[in-house]
Design a protein around this ligand. Sequence first.
Ligand code: SF4
Length: 205
Amino acid sequence: MWWVMFDGKPAGGENKADVIYAHLMARAMGDGFDAHVFASNIALAHCLDTSAPGRGLGLSPLAFRRLLDAVFPGSAIHVDLASCSGEDALEEADLRALLLSGRARGTVIEEWMAAILARSCQRPNHLWQDLGLRNRGELSELMNRYFPGLAALNVRDMKWKKFFYRQLCLAENVPICKSPVCDACADFAQCFGAEEARPLLGCGI
Ligand code: SF4
């Protein structure tokens, strides 16, 4: 799925995700953290196998074009209108709505962030990894910056993906927990604790 192209040629090479990330960051405008998050996610999403769960960015082609023009002007990236969005999972709209319910300022950047977060939740690794970020701290910074109203509810620092799904279950009144209290739950380690792992980006994919 070559929807990132430079001057009409597919972005390639042995470390194509790193190449795309560096290409975008060299043309970034505005807030450096915004650019880092988007460049990381675009680079990683581009390199996912076409059969991988959660492929694509979760952005419409038009939204992706606007993001590139706003955050990476002059990146000369071709947007394949047929392939950059990928398929919505069943709960993706609910995840986007949950995130935006706690948004900071009502900006379009927050809407783009919500879309890539909701899509990245469909992938199998730690959420910070599947966003293309370097560590969990970057994801917590993202949450506190763009979705502070929601982030503030995560008082015990639950793993973010688990936290989002728990919020959705609470909203629907569909309990999935094995215990009424986390401290007595057999799944405690799956919901809390360190998320030590290698970043997926910057490793030569
Ligand atoms: S630790 Fe157990 S009770 Fe707490 S959120 Fe996780 S599954 Fe639910």
